[in-house]
Design a binder for this molecule. Structure first.
Ligand code: PRP
Length: 179
């Protein structure tokens, strides 16, 4: 275990199993359709790679870079699109793929932007859901794990851009972000 991690919340094996389940659920729900999975970078890059390979459909992928946190642990409420989608979403069935749904600020804003481009449908898939932190009326259609309000890293999730490559999800030691 990494020295800055206090506790492992989900092991590689637990993540793998849950992502497979989400993939099967999406495969069943979208049977006969061709959804477009939109990965909200950077946090979702590992989840996106594993989730898309767990879905047995003729899907397409696209990517957006959105930033809301800056260098800290609390959402600023300011969301900026740093890289937009490459393709048109008009008439498409969108599945937005996020690593974590926290205050809901990012998705609240993003949904507004995407709805204006007239997709056929939009659903949200988040690996981690922290409902107790929510300040915007956003719920996930697919959620991997509902987690308590702790600062977690790994499997794509960062603190100041570090720890994304940990293969598990762990709770960061307070001493790391209280410095
Ligand atoms: C994280 C995460 C979500 C957002 C969720 O992104 O990937 O996009 O915060 O928080 P919210 O529900 O409070 O808006 P972050 O801005 O940390 O960027 P990253 O994906 O590059 O890690």
């Amino acid at each position: 275990m990494h020295k800055d991690v206090k506790q492992i919340l989900y092991t590689e094996e637990e993540l793998r199993r849950r992502v497979k389940e989400l993939g099967s659920q999406i495969t069943a729900d979208y049977y006969g359709r061709r959804p477009m999975l939109i990965s909200v970078l950077r946090g979702s890059y590992i989840f996106m790679a594993d989730l898309t390979r767990a879905i047995n459909l003729d899907l397409t992928v696209d990517f957006m870079v959105v930033s809301s946190y800056g260098a800290g642990t609390v959402s600023s409420g300011q969301v900026e699109i740093k890289k937009d989608l490459s393709d048109s979403i008009e008439g498409r069935d969108l599945i937005i793929v996020e690593d974590i749904l926290d205050s809901g600020n990012t998705l609240y804003y993003l949904l507004e932007v995407l709805r204006a481009r007239k997709p056929a449908s939009i659903r949200l898939c988040t690996l981690m859901d922290k409902p107790e932190r929510r300040t915007k009326p956003i719920t996930a259609d697919y959620a991997g794990f509902t987690i308590p309000d702790a600062f977690i890293v790994g499997y794509g999730l960062d603190f100041n851009e570090r720890y994304r490559n940990l293969p598990y999800v762990g709770v960061l030691k307070e001493s790391v972000y209280e410095k």
